[in-house]
Design a protein around this ligand. Structure first.
Ligand code: ACM
Length: 771
């Protein structure tokens, strides 16, 4: 459906244009604003001013050491506005990069940074350590949030990472990211000392890497037709394809770019499931007679590779090209969410299972994974897979990526396998970080900054001997609902700063309150580098106590991260002199509150405008409504399929049972209500969850809006048949008369009927006083 973007009640009002005073460069306890926090910091006497005349000197350096100095100079230019030059030593004003293979440091990523009156000196055994030392120096030089020459206190920092695997996964299959965007991700990872880029390159919706031997993988598998209007050309209605793949040359370019930043690229090619795009290109690889297309839907699909010898050889041939492109140790073969229905139904697969001695489909999958493990081992590589590879027997040397909680990781470590911890509950970044109505599409399950920061990668269940199997941590960003690069950055930042700290800093130094004190300076760095971090964690949310009868309202303000709030009610922008919020604000209607969270004198995000008047108090948007009981598990935040360009309407909806609840609505004096609905494609494959999809039966062709009072089993106020289409703006308004309802009542709104391929979604409800 086409739709215009409708401004929300609490839309962000105005960007702050004030030039604000610098932030505190150190916390109250003297800790400099560094993220991740180094292992050890020792204060010394004196200071050094790093300015445009400071020289960068590289000793014993190879090309990579010079690269560390060059990146440092680039960061200084972006954030302080000057570029220190490489050149000959100049006593008293230099930064030395010393590569000393014999330095007594605990690893290649470790470094020692000394700052005294004469300058700064970074010593490392390997270029990676120099690089990370330079990132720390840059952070020290940007800790006051200002520009120009930077005074840095004398100190010695000795530092090394807690974990060798500090990762970030980007899904380029569901939505495609250009080479430049991927390079931006690598830049952002490097400044967080993250060292592993897991690149999800194939899935049901797309195959994104050129394979010379099998050109159809990208020719056919590289394009999908998006659902709904997004997949149609406006004038002709002809398919509007969404395509993208990386040539092998581009892959090499990305791998090299990553290596210069000490990041290893771990490619993922998913088997035996998430394979629809590949099977669409080469139907002989599949287990179905149906002709497939790269999918325009999300979810879990039934399409598995078959288990013919020819298919195994195909996969080995593909992996031959893959290992030639990606020099890192690990190759990820997926293994997740491969529902086995097609294998169970296929006599030929059952015959093959007997041939290879697999007693069930899990063992058949295990047979495939073991075979790929042997093949990768012949290339000197190690196999990595999602925790499903434990089922049916794990391959002997496989490494496990634990995503369904930490249980898979614990089981793997106990049986002597290496593990990367990436539990969905704490490290999936398509899950939202706040309850703000300004979150982009994704999953409203909360993975807050605090939750990320609180994740401990080494489970208490493991013995000290087993700890070594925990290689580290990784955050994963799946991109079904992430349509543009601004949203990638929104989901990733600032949460990736928390990942940086749990992956790098010593466990004993973990301190969430301290992290929040250091974070505002990190935001200034993001701004300087053009990183579009999420503003939602720094927004101020407002909740009204319904006092409309008295003509007044009492408003509680909240910042999720607990930063102090300043606000105004006179139309001006809040600043450092505006009242500090301490208790709910009570005022006459109408009331405009502008509020922002502050660190010192600095507003952390543009002020949020919250407008309260007689109508707003009687209105709830989908974000403000609750989900109904028994709606199934999956609440999603989904966007409309149009317009093709520009902003689209976004809706919170439970896709197993679309139902919204207004608990305890005050119905006294209410004579009617207006319910606004939109319509979006129903683009989900639910696999074994399909029986949990329990839409109420419809009585008319397009389904009805069912409105009940007294909860979802209460009296029916209206069952309003819905039209064949929405209005031109993508919405329809349904008027519901209200009779015989008084006092507080739970209002329940349900969209009935299996209206696939479309679904009705609620946008807002407004109660109307009786005339
Ligand atoms: C996964 O989220 N399917 C690994």
């Amino acid at each position: 459906m086409k739709s215009r973007h409708v401004p929300r009640l609490s839309a962000i009002a105005l960007a702050l244009c004030l030039t604000l005073p610098p932030l505190a460069a150190t916390a109250a306890d003297g800790t400099p604003a560094l993220i991740p926090l180094p292992a050890s910091i020792e204060a010394r006497e004196g200071s050094f001013t790093l300015g445009p005349d400071t020289r960068l000197v590289v000793w014993g350096g190879d090309e990579q050491a010079v690269h560390a100095a060059r990146d440092f100079a680039g960061l200084m230019q972006s954030s302080r506005g000057f570029t220190p030059k490489q050149g000959a030593a100049r006593r008293g004003n230099q930064v030395e990069f010393v590569l000393d293979r014999k330095a007594s440091l605990p690893g290649d990523e470790a470094y020692r940074l000394d700052i005294d009156d004469a300058g700064a000196k970074i010593v490392a055994r390997a270029p990676a350590g120099l690089y990370y030392g330079a990132v720390t120096l840059w952070q020290l030089a940007t800790a006051d949030g200002g520009t120009g020459a930077a005074r840095i206190d004398a100190q010695r920092i000795e530092d090394a990472p807690r974990f060798g695997w500090r990762g970030f996964m980007l899904d380029s299959a569901r939505h495609f990211w250009s080479v430049d965007e991927v390079k931006r991700v690598l830049d952002m990872m490097a400044m967080h000392k993250l060292n592993t880029f897991h690149w999800h390159l194939t899935d049901d919706q797309g195959w994104r890497v050129e394979i010379k031997r099998y050109p159809r993988l990208t020719q056919v598998g590289g394009c999908r037709i998006p659902s709904g209007d997004a997949g149609k050309l406006p004038l002709t209605g002809a398919p509007r394809l969404y395509c993208g793949y990386y040539t092998q040359g581009q892959i090499r370019e990305v791998v090299q770019y990553a290596a210069q930043r000490h990041i290893t690229v771990v490619p993922e090619f998913d088997v035996p499931g998430h394979a629809t795009a590949a099977i669409s290109a080469y139907p002989e690889l599949g287990t179905t007679d149906k002709l497939l297309q790269p999918s325009s839907e999300w979810g879990v699909f039934p399409n598995l590779f078959n288990v013919e010898e020819s298919t195994f050889q195909f996969l080995e041939n593909v992996f031959d090209e893959i290992v030639a492109l990606f020099p890192g140790t690990y190759i990820h073969v997926g293994g997740d969410e491969a529902v086995k229905d097609q294998w169970i139904a296929s006599p030929r697969v059952q015959e093959r299972m007997r041939e290879v001695g697999a007693k069930n489909e899990m063992e058949m999958q295990s047979h495939l994974i073991r075979r790929l493990e042997r093949h990768l081992a012949r290339h000197g590589r190690r196999l990595l897979g999602w925790d499903e590879i434990l089922e049916g027997g794990i391959a002997p040397n496989a490494t496990v990526m634990s995503w369904r909680g930490t249980e898979g990781g614990i089981a793997a470590a106990k049986s002597g396998h290496d593990v990367v911890m990436t539990p969905a509950s704490h490290l999936y970044f398509d899950y939202h970080q706040t309850l703000s109505p300004n979150e982009p599409p994704g999953r409203p399950v909360q993975v807050t900054l605090e939750k990320v920061y609180g994740f401990e990668p080494v489970p208490a269940e493991l013995t000290p001997e087993q700890h070594k199997h925990i290689l580290g941590v990784q955050a994963n960003l799946w991109t079904e609902h992430t349509r543009n690069f601004a949203r990638v950055q929104h989901h990733a930042f600032p949460r990736l700063a928390a990942v940086a700290e749990i992956g790098w800093s010593p466990a004993a130094k973990r301190d969430y309150a301290g992290f929040l004190t250091r974070l505002p300076v990190q935001l200034q760095r993001y701004k300087a580098l053009g990183i579009e971090y999420a503003k939602t964690p720094f927004e101020v949310l407002a909740k009204a106590e319904d006092e409309r009868k008295a003509g007044t309202v009492k408003v509680a303000l909240d910042n999720t991260l607990g930063y102090p709030i300043r606000y105004t009610t006179d139309g001006s922008e809040p600043n450092a002199q505006s009242p500090l919020y301490a208790a709910p604000v009570e005022a006459k209607l109408p009331l405009d509150i502008r509020a922002a969270a502050f660190a010192g004198n600095t507003a952390l995000a543009p002020a949020t405008l919250h407008r309260f008047d007689a109508v707003s108090l009687l209105t709830r948007t989908d974000e403000q409504l609750a989900t109904c009981p028994d709606t199934g598990r999956l609440l999603l935040r989904l966007e409309d399929d149009g317009p093709a360009e520009g902003e689209r309407a976004i809706f919170n909806v439970t896709i197993f049972y679309p139902c919204w609840l207004w608990p305890q609505a005050d119905m006294d004096g209410i004579g009617a209500m207006k319910v606004r609905l939109g319509r979006i494609p129903y683009y989900f494959q639910l696999a074994h969850d399909e029986p949990n999809r329990r839409f109420l039966p419809a009585q008319t062709p397009n389904g009805e809006l069912l409105v009940q009072s007294g909860g979802c089993r209460g009296p029916v106020l209206a069952r309003q048949p819905l039209p064949a289409d929405t209005g031109a703006d993508g919405f329809i308004d349904v008027d519901v008369p209200v009779k015989n309802v008084a006092g507080r009542s739970d209002l329940c709104f349900t969209a009935t009927g299996d209206t696939r391929p479309l679904m009705w979604v609620l946008d807002r409800v407004t109660l109307q006083p009786a005339k």
